[in-house]
Write a protein that binds this ligand. Structure first.
Ligand SMILES: [Zn+2]
Length: 219
């Protein structure tokens, strides 16, 4: 059986089953439990297009009648999950050719399933992000700012809420088609500094793709 669930879809299923877990733990009315399960089942299936009969069976949650079942179900489901295709250092160097002396992340161990690859290069104080958009590798080099407030920031990519040390304000320089004065455009947003945790939380790539399109001046 081959993989058919994207990493962010898996995160979405995980989030849905967290709700089911709450219902199983807190609700004593079997009718409400069944109605909630049916609703969650629809939400999960609705995420996918063109599922095979086998895949629908894999996504069937009718047997999850106890909170204990959920964890093992998710563990088992992981074998059907895939992340972004692996990246070579040559691709990264080419993608970020404007960044001088860029320190590349360790690419030896790429079996972890990622929605996007993100790493911090402290020497240039940037968070580098790469993502495979419709088969093409795109990226953004986000300048990190020095701020230390206790504000609650929301990650633009995964919606996680955290203070500056966890969810920081960044500003990538954007590409523009305009070559005249003011050709550089800059945008700013908050994003998780820990890309691994962010990757485990993203349930939709819509916002990430929108940001990458804005930064790279793509339609
Ligand atoms: Zn995040």
């Amino acid at each position: 059986m081959k993989t058919f669930i994207r990493k962010y879809e898996y995160n979405y299923i995980k989030k849905c089953l967290f709700d089911l877990n709450n219902t199983l733990r807190n609700c004593t009315d079997p009718n409400i439990v069944e109605a909630t399960r049916a609703y969650i089942q629809d939400k999960i299936l609705y995420t996918f297009k063109d599922l095979s009969k086998e895949e629908i069976e894999i996504l069937d949650i009718s047997n999850l009648t106890d909170p204990l079942h959920i964890e093992s179900y998710l563990k088992d489901l992981d074998k059907y999950v895939y992340g972004m295709p692996s990246i070579t250092s040559t691709q990264l160097t080419k993608l970020f050719k404007k960044e001088k002396k860029l320190k590349l992340p360790n690419l030896d161990n790429q079996d972890s399933k990622l929605v996007y690859l993100g790493w911090i290069d402290e020497s240039i104080r940037k968070l580098l992000i790469t993502y495979n958009m419709d088969g093409k590798l795109v990226g953004m080099a986000c300048r990190l700012t020095n701020s230390n407030s206790n504000n609650a920031n929301v990650c633009a990519v995964c919606n996680h809420i955290g203070s500056d040390s966890e969810v920081a304000f960044v500003s990538p320089i954007c590409k523009t088609s305009n070559t005249g004065i003011g050709a550089y455009k800059s945008i700013g947003f908050h994003i998780c500094l820990d890309s691994t945790s962010c990757n485990d939380r993203i349930t939709s790539t819509e916002k990430l793709e929108k940001l990458l399109k804005d930064v790279n001046n793509l339609k």
